[in-house]
Each structure stands twice: as structure tokens, then as C-alpha cells.
Design a protein around this ligand. Structure first.
Ligand SMILES: [Zn+2]
Length: 410
């Protein structure tokens, strides 16, 4: 049926699962296959400055169609899919004209997409829903975003009567393993702002993410033969256990927090009697609240040492920051996006991201980058789905947004 669907169905057949254990960029060859495919397609549709750098990142330009100066804006999507589930051998299924029926995925008949479990399906009556076949991801995160940007590019390039300024495009690898922004050349991209297409429901505009740190709390004990340890052994394992046990009385945990609440999450443990290290993820929407949580963690750790003996080492590693700290200084970036969504006949939905995006990193690298809906649902799951109509709406928003910046600069 639609151009967007054809494109999307083609891209999901390329296995772009990243590999955290690889230090290469892209971390897997499949990602480079899709990135190269995108570069070739962009050249064929007549985009300017199409380039793929040594890390696989693809950038291109849709030249301005107006005489007046318009700020350059960008659109960004990631080609990789979640490493948590298989992303190869994807058999996408189009369930035409959705009518609230259960969608049974044929390769794993116990895998059923039901409106009761996925309330967003209520808005999809009459739409064409796309799922995988039950054993793999679909890869709508973020191949929906990739297909939408490519479709919008093709439309803009073949309709020079649409008034817009210079539009830059970028496709990136390894977002799902937290490296998507690592080699993003912000200077070469040379845009005043960008929009990632990597969110869920129609109308979503995400402008705030967590601020995130990781902490390593390492307890040092004293090991000796356990049969003759009375009065001598200090167990780092017991210290770490007491520390983890004491935390929830002072801070929230992931399983007890929601909305704008942050948390402290013991995430990994490396244990021996002599030395036990606890890795913690610290999350909050306010960066200063992050510091408060870290000092609480430190206080609890030191109180354990005061009671049990031994000693503790504490290291804090900065991960990413709430992009709102940057975006609040660039109101037009948000305003134009909201206008573009409304012009597509949609309601603007703003919700804090309880995580990070490439945009959180890019914003702090000098490229303010909020996140727009791409129509992805049940991401990182075998029940992942999108719809052709939602993807078409996202294309419309990209076109509107390109026009909006030219209009406002006129
Ligand atoms: Zn994504």
C-alpha cells in the first residue's frame, strides 16, 4: 500500500543487532550493511553531500528551496535494534484493517497481541498493524524512524515547491548499547538543532530525559581461612549485602518509582570476601537531586563500614544529563515541533523519558535534540508493533517541521 510501509518492510529484513562485546563501530557488520544501503538510496534520490564516515555514520543534506536564510535543522534515527532479543530473520506481518481482534503471531502461537495488554491499540482501529512473527523483534525501534526520515527526504527532494531551509539527515549505529552519540560529528552535521525520531505514540514530543550517573561502591574486607577466622575475618560480601539491604529506606528503587521520581538501582555485583563491588545506577530528572542521592549512598556505605570494619571506595561516573537543561535555552526548537505536530491534526503529548536517548547526549554536545514519535510500541519485545498510518503521520510531521522553520525565518 504505502511508500512508507514498503520502505519499512525492506529495512527490517536487515539484521542490525549490535554487539556490546565488540569495540568496533559499528559493533556489527549488519549495521554497516543497512547504513550503506541508506547512503546509496539517498544518492539515488538526489540528496546532496551524502557521506558515510569510517564509523558508518551516514549524513546527507536536502538543500534549501527558498531564497531567504533559514537555520539548518536535522533529523536523526538509529539503525540498530535491541540486543536483548533476536533481530535476524525478521518476518514482518501486516495485519490489515485492525478491528480490535487478537493478533496471533504464527511462529509462536502463544504470543498474542491483545488490546487489553496494549491499550494504545484502541487508537488503531482501521489501521494496518505491523508485527514480527513471534520469535524475533520487529525492529520498529528504530527502523520506523529510519523509514520515516527516508520517506520525508524523498518527498522533499521530489517536491521542490515545498518551502524549506537546509535539512540535514543522519543515521547512526549502536544506540541500543549506549554508543550512538560517541562518534557523531556535531561540527560536520552543522545544524542548529536536530530531532530524533525514536518515540512511541502519535503526537509524542519528548524534551526531558533522566540525568544519569553510575556509582561503583567497593567494600574491602579481610579474608582468612574460615575455620580459624573468629575475630579476624571481615567479609566484604556481608558489608555489600547490608549496604544493599539498607538503601531502600533512604531512596526509591526502580520497581517503586514512576513519573518524575528518580531511583537508585543496584545493577551489578562482583563479590568475594576480600573485595565486593556494587555497581549502582543513579537516576533523577534534576541533576542536583542526583548529587543528593549520591551523598545518601555514600553515607549509607560509610555507616556500614563504621559498623563492620573494613573500608569502602566510592567512584562516580557521569553517564548523561537531562536534555531539558539544554532545550530550555532554545524555545523555538520545541515550539516549532509542537506546531508541526498540531498541523498534522494530532495532539501534542509530552512525557518525561525515564531513560536517555541519543538526544540527551547530542544536546550536551552542542546539538539541541528533542525526540519525536516514530510510532513504535512494545519496544524490545516479541510483541513489538507499529502501524503504517502512524508512520505516515510521522512523515507528515517531518515535512511540517521543515516548512515551519522556513516560515518562521521568513
Ligand atoms: Zn530507539
Amino acid at each position: 500500500m504505502s511508500v512508507i510501509l514498503d520502505r519499512f518492510l525492506r529495512y527490517v529484513t536487515v539484521d542490525t543487532t549490535p554487539d556490546e562485546s565488540s569495540s568496533a563501530t559499528p559493533s556489527t557488520a549488519g549495521q554497516r550493511v543497512l547504513l550503506t544501503m541508506l547512503a546509496d538510496e539517498l544518492r539515488r534520490m538526489g540528496a546532496a553531500d551524502v557521506a558515510q564516515d569510517s564509523h558508518g555514520y551516514v549524513m546527507a543534506t536536502i538543500p534549501s528551496t527558498v531564497a531567504h536564510a533559514v537555520p539548518t535543522i536535522g533529523f536523526v534515527a538509529h539503525v540498530d535494534t535491541s540486543p536483548e532479543l533476536p533481530g535476524g530473520g525478521v518476518k514482518a506481518i501486516v495485519h490489515r484493517v485492525y478491528d480490535r481482534r487478537d493478533l496471533v503471531l504464527p511462529d509462536a502461537p502463544d504470543t498474542v497481541l491483545r488490546v487489553a495488554d496494549s491499550p494504545a491499540l484502541e487508537d488503531q482501529i482501521g489501521h494496518d498493524i505491523v508485527t514480527a512473527s513471534g520469535t524475533t523483534l520487529l525492529g520498529a525501534d528504530d527502523k520506523a524512524g529510519v523509514a520515516e526520515i527516508m520517506c520525508a527526504a524523498e518527498h522533499l527532494l521530489s517536491h521542490p515547491e515545498i518551502a524549506h531551509g537546509p535539512v540535514r539527515l543522519a543515521f547512526t549505529p549502536d544506540e541500543e548499547i549506549g554508543r550512538g552519540a560517541d562518534h557523531f560529528d556535531v561540527e560536520r552535521f552543522a545544524a542548529v538543532c536536530a530531532y530524533t525520531l525514536d518515540a512511541g505514540e502519535c503526537g509524542e514530543l519528548e524534551i526531558e530525559s533522566f540525568s544519569a550517573d553510575a556509582m561503583d561502591v567497593t567494600f574491602h574486607g579481610f579474608n582468612t581461612h574460615p575455620g580459624y577466622a573468629k575475630g579476624k575475618m571481615v567479609s566484604a560480601i556481608r558489608m555489600a549485602a547490608a549496604f544493599i539491604e539498607a538503601l531502600p529506606a533512604h531512596v526509591l528503587t526502580p520497581e517503586r518509582s514512576d513519573g518524575y521520581e528518580g531511583y537508585v538501582h543496584p545493577h551489578g555485583l562482583n563479590a568475594s570476601v576480600e573485595r565486593t563491588s556494587v555497581r549502582l545506577l543513579i537516576r533523577d530528572f534534576r541533576t542536583d537531586a542526583l548529587r543528593e542521592k549520591e551523598s545518601i549512598v555514600e553515607r549509607v556505605a560509610r555507616s556500614i563500614v563504621a559498623r563492620e570494619g573494613g573500608r569502602v571506595e566510592i567512584a562516580v561516573e557521569q553517564q548523561y544529563r537531562n536534555m531539558r537543561e539544554v532545550l530550555d535555552r532554545h524555545p523555538p526548537v520545541i515550539e516549532h515541533a509542537a506546531d508541526a505536530i498540531r498541523r498534522a491534526g494530532l495532539e501534542v503529548r509530552m512525557r518525561p523519558i525515564r531513560g536517555g536517548t541519543d538526544g540527551s547526549r547530542l544536546s550536551f554536545m552542542g546539538l539541541p535534540t528533542p525526540n519525536l514519535f516514530a510510532g513504535q510500541h512494545n519496544i524490545h519485545s516479541r510483541l513489538e508493533w507499529t502501524s503504517a498510518q502512524d508512520m505516515a503521520k510521522a512523515v507528515e510531521v517531518i515535512l511540517n517541521l521543515s516548512e515551519e522553520w522556513a516560515l518562521r525565518a521568513g
